[in-house]
Design a protein around this ligand. Structure first.
Ligand code: M6R
Length: 608
């Protein structure tokens, strides 16, 4: 979603602002803007609708050597995407960039009649509110920002500069991330640490309720109630290679292909292949606490939710007397759900910033339930607020469509389930096949990707004219089918929906006709014969079936077959999902759409 960058130092601010905004492009946006201040306070405001290139062109005609500035990519919430609605917003000498939503902006606006509003945004109201306390430089800027924020209801990550104070940036956060980078005679800000990579490795993550005054060589942090906070400097672990395409045409393909490596990172130090056990340090639960868990609640959105569903199917296979409920965060946050006291909640999020997931985390914590994060982004809000956690360590995921995170989230949660089962004394003979297969998954993923990629590229071209798809699977292949359908719809705009194979004749079978193709996931296993009967029902009605299977002698008369050659059995659906990921990728390329930044979507959904 929206992105923020800022710079105060000795270099030209425009350079960092532009490169930083480009780094944040992946989050999704529809307009962008910057403001820089000269030493005498003279402001240069440049904004453009559409892609950063439009902004860049305008900047090229308006180069300035100013050493301080803030910038923003906007994902429209209040008001259409337009230059006037783009940030920074101005009120008097004040310029504001804002992520989040000011819920009471209409009410606040009523008392700001001295300001002539030009945009439809809630963020301009914030700018006018700050100016109303600043009184054109009569009071310190940080005081004006604090006074204004005390009246605000909603969420914000905010950066403010004033023509009257061209040596400082004021930043604050509540529910929308902000990280401060510490350089040599320069201080940088960004809503996502990836914008800082290559500039500094030293960062301070602002917490909710904190406000900071930044100059080129100082950072003063305090709470909105004026309590001083000492800055905790952390290291940014991401390197430049991790946020570049590395020879691939798209981040999505790079991220799909790097799954052998990313899963290796997820497993590192956590599996003991000699004695066939799993060890997760992060959750911080004792053996006694693990033994007492009788209920798992898994919370996530989109792909994270699907990973949770899949993990739930596995965990209940080997953990006795445990109930598992996987829930969609945006629904769960408003349910009046009872959570048994012997529960643990797994909070699943790649970005660690998803607003709905974060709201559930806070709600669940209030009920005294232990929360464990299954998070990728290090230092993210969810990672910091959970009681314990297991980072999946897949590295930055830039493409809006989540791929490598899914695989690692699912496996990490299964490993958490295995630690519960170990503590509950489940026989090693029961758990060993799971642990041994997990240990082999990175290699098997590598082999599968290599074998199926060329085949899937051909198949995808064949189906590129279709606009409707049905994804079908059963048991662990059902959540996998859901994930495959989500991938296809979000990037190739094909109307793809997943159904449990057994549900077909209860409704979806009516859809089968020449407008649809059916992507079927057919793993070996106890339900295989039943699934084949379901498949027959589709074929008998002239379905255009693609079969993804690990059955060597598969001989059903389907239109296209993707063979997964592996002796992995339990986790074969995860290998099948690689086929779905590649299929979505190549369909999108064939259709000519923007692979990494699909329309209307954002990478990190920080609004409700
Ligand atoms: O960062 P999160 O894992 O919390 O994000 C959750 C969803 O927004 C995300 O998985 C989304 O569904 C992806 N675009 C799917 O590819």
């Amino acid at each position: 979603m929206c992105g923020i960058v800022g710079y105060v130092g000795e270099k030209e601010a425009q350079g960092f602002l532009l490169s930083g905004l480009k780094r944040l492009e992946y989050r999704g946006y529809d307009s962008a803007g910057i403001v820089t201040l000269a030493n005498d306070g003279k402001a240069t405001l440049i904004r453009a609708k559409g892609k950063i290139n439009n902004l860049e062109e305008k900047m090229a005609q308006n180069r300035h050597k100013d050493n301080i500035g803030i910038g923003h990519t906007r994902w429209a919430t209040h008001g259409e995407p337009s230059e006037t609605n783009a940030h920074p917003h101005k009120a008097g000498s004040i310029y504001v960039v804002h992520n989040g939503i000011i819920e009471n902006y209409k009410e606040l606006k009523k008392n700001l009649s001295q300001h002539e509003f030009v945009s439809d945004t809630d963020s301009e109201v914030l700018a006018a509110l700050i100016e109303s306390f600043y009184k054109d430089g009569k009071y310190p800027l940080i005081n004006a920002v604090v006074q204004a924020l005390k009246l605000v209801q909603g969420t914000y990550g905010v950066a403010v500069v004033s023509e009257k104070a061209p040596e400082e940036i004021i930043v604050a956060r509540s529910g929308s991330p902000l990280v401060i980078g510490i350089g040599h005679d320069e201080t940088l800000i960004a809503s996502d640490a990836s914008a800082l990579v290559g500039h500094t490795k030293r960062a301070v993550y602002l917490n909710d309720g904190e406000v900071a005054r930044l100059t080129k060589n100082s950072i003063e942090i305090k709470t909105l109630n004026a309590e001083p906070i000492s800055a905790k400097v952390e290291e940014i672990e991401t390197n430049l290679a991790a946020i570049q395409k590395g020879g691939y045409d798209h981040f999505l393909l790079k991220e799909i292909m790097e799954q052998p490596k990313s899963l290796t990172e997820t497993l590192r130090g956590r599996i003991n292949s000699k004695n066939h056990t799993v060890h997760l340090g992060g959750p911080g639960l004792s053996e006694t606490e693990l033994r007492k868990i009788n209920h798992l609640i898994i919370v996530g959105c989109g792909t994270a939710y699907h990973a949770g569903l899949l993990a739930g199917y596995y965990i209940e296979q080997f953990t006795p007397e445990i109930t598992i409920e996987t829930v969609i965060a945006s629904e769960y946050r408003y349910r009046n759900a009872y959570i048994p006291k012997d529960s643990v909640a797994l909070i699943v999020s790649q970005s660690g910033e998803t607003a709905d997931t974060l709201a559930c985390l806070r709600e669940i914590k209030k009920q005294g339930i232990k929360t464990i994060g299954i998070v990728n982004a290090i230092g993210s809000t969810i990672a910091r607020e959970v009681d314990g956690g297991t980072y999946v360590h897949v590295g930055p995921e830039i493409s809006v469509a989540s791929t490598k995170a899914f695989t690692s989230q699912a496996v990490a949660m299964v490993m958490f389930g295995l630690t519960i089962a170990q503590a509950k004394g489940v026989k090693s003979a029961t758990l060993r096949p799971y642990i041994d297969e997990i240990a082999r998954m990175p290699e098997e993923i590598g082999n599968t990707l290599e074998v199926v990629r060329p085949e899937i590229e051909k198949i995808a071209k064949k189906y590129a004219e279709y606009d409707h798809a049905i994804y079908l699977g059963r048991d662990t292949a059902y959540p996998t089918a859901m994930e495959g359908a989500l991938k296809l719809k979000e990037i190739s705009y094909v109307d793809a929906n997943a159904y449990a194979f057994g549900e077909l004749k209860h409704g979806p079978l009516a859809l089968v006709d020449d407008r649809f193709f059916e992507m079927t996931l057919l793993p070996k296993g106890v339900l295989y014969d039943k699934v084949i009967s379901n498949l027959q029902e589709v074929l008998a009605r002239g379905g255009h079936v693609i079969a993804v299977t690990n059955v060597e002698d598969f001989d059903m008369p389907v239109e296209s077959i993707v063979k997964i050659t592996t002796d992995i059995e339990i986790f074969a659906p995860i290998l099948m999902n690689l086929a779905s990921q590649l299929f979505a990728y190549y369909m999108t390329v064939a259709k000519g759409y923007n692979v990494d930044q699909p329309r209307n979507l954002a990478k990190s959904v920080t609004v409700e």
